[in-house]
Design a protein around this ligand. Structure first.
Ligand code: FE2
Length: 380
């Protein structure tokens, strides 16, 4: 059953006040290193409804890389590719395939954010630096997190340009309509065997996050495979990072498959929020996005489990949208198949109707769907 201890969903007040040495205003952007940023931008625009926002490359004075910035409501993606052979971006793509390099966090003070986190043990990615152009000044700093993933603190209070210094507005003729995606609900990291607690402690100690919920292998196991997961959240709840590790099962955990193909820890999925999941998923499916499906028997009993919902069941069943409930409400969610050649990253679409949890009641049905895909790949 999808019941969570309500107390575990709330951050203790004293903890909140004592630990908020790192106030985060939200996710600023997510940067992916990809093999071909121009074509990736076209995919995220045409299939996912992102809009062109900004560009940096040879025309703006960069010599070694190109970045396209695309946006949908509060979500900003930066797609970066190298322009020459060799170098760190090529090495990253060779090791991991396309994937998330940076989860950038919007802060009031990037220098203080750097000091607070590095003094608590974070490894520096780069020291605070100022960048400016005719539209103002922004300050950045960066720290390492799991695998080769980094957090970049972005202070943009004195910047008025379209994205950040060094980028020019990108305004092509092609602007496909959006699909109703609003903001990043959570971003999930996969880490190696027995590393979940280490990284949860990192978010607690170094970044002042608190643990919202945890799931062990009894919650998240099927007949064959298992994983463990804990959800870490910052003080104001705007940033939520579930961390998964593989657990022993009769066959290979989906987390292990990820780690094998990504060559280490990294971002497993981004959950993007919508106000109308039926509309959003209908559009995405029409534009070629492939979702995991659950057996139609899921819908025979789901309302017994979650009670009454506002939506008709028929379109949810037709699209394969999953439903779960906690003490505060319910949620609707669906997961894509991996969106890259390697079976690594995928995207979740989520609509929250009061629920603050993550769909625990769906885990079993979902993971059985993933195992059917693994089976087809020969990686179960
Ligand atoms: Fe998720």
């Amino acid at each position: 059953m999808a019941t969570l201890d309500k107390s575990s969903l709330q951050l203790p007040k004293e903890n909140l006040e004592a630990e908020d040495f790192l106030p985060l205003l939200g996710t600023d952007y997510v940067e992916l290193y990809v093999g071909n940023a121009k074509q990736a931008a076209h995919y995220y625009m045409s299939a996912w409804g992102f809009q062109p926002l900004a560009y940096a490359g040879l025309e703006t004075g960069l010599k070694d890389r190109v970045s396209y910035v695309i946006a949908q409501d509060k979500i900003r993606l930066v797609l970066t590719s190298p322009l020459n052979s060799g170098g760190d971006i090529n090495r990253h793509i060779d090791a991991h395939g396309d994937g998330v390099k940076a989860i950038a966090l919007w802060v009031d003070d990037a220098t203080k954010s750097y000091q607070e986190t590095t003094s608590r043990g974070a490894d520096s990615y780069f020291e605070p630096k100022k960048e400016e152009d005719e539209n103002g000044v922004a300050v950045f700093s960066g720290i390492h997190t799991y695998g080769e993933t980094v957090h970049i603190f972005v202070e943009r209070g004195n910047y008025k340009g379209v994205f950040l210094p060094g980028f020019k507005a990108w305004n092509p003729h092609y602007k496909p309509t959006d699909v109703g995606l609003k903001y990043i609900d959570h971003m999930v990291g996969n880490v190696g065997w027995n590393e979940m607690n280490k990284w949860c402690e990192f978010y607690a100690k170094v970044m002042g996050f608190a643990q919202l919920v945890s799931f062990d292998d009894k919650d998240i196991s099927t007949e064959y495979t298992a994983l463990m997961s804990k959800v870490m959240s910052n003080g104001n709840g705007r940033i939520k990072f579930p961390i998964n590790e593989p657990a022993e099962g009769r066959k290979k955990s989906q987390i292990e498959e990820y780690i094998d193909f990504y060559n280490g820890a990294g971002v497993q999925h981004m959950a993007l929020a919508t106000d109308n999941i039926i509309e959003t998923v209908t559009k995405l499916r029409d534009r070629g996005i492939e979702f995991l499906t659950v057996p139609s028997s899921y819908y025979e009993t789901v309302l017994d489990r979650v009670g009454e919902i506002d939506e008709d069941l028929a379109p949810l069943k037709e699209l394969g949208i999953l439903i779960d409930r906690d003490e505060e409400g319910y949620l609707l969610q669906i997961f894509t198949k991996p969106i890259l050649d390697r079976p690594t990253m995928f995207i979740e679409i989520i609509q929250r109707k009061g629920a603050k949890s993550f769909g625990k009641g769906n885990f079993k049905a979902l993971f059985e769907a993933i195992e059917r895909e693994q089976e087809a790949r020969g990686t179960l």
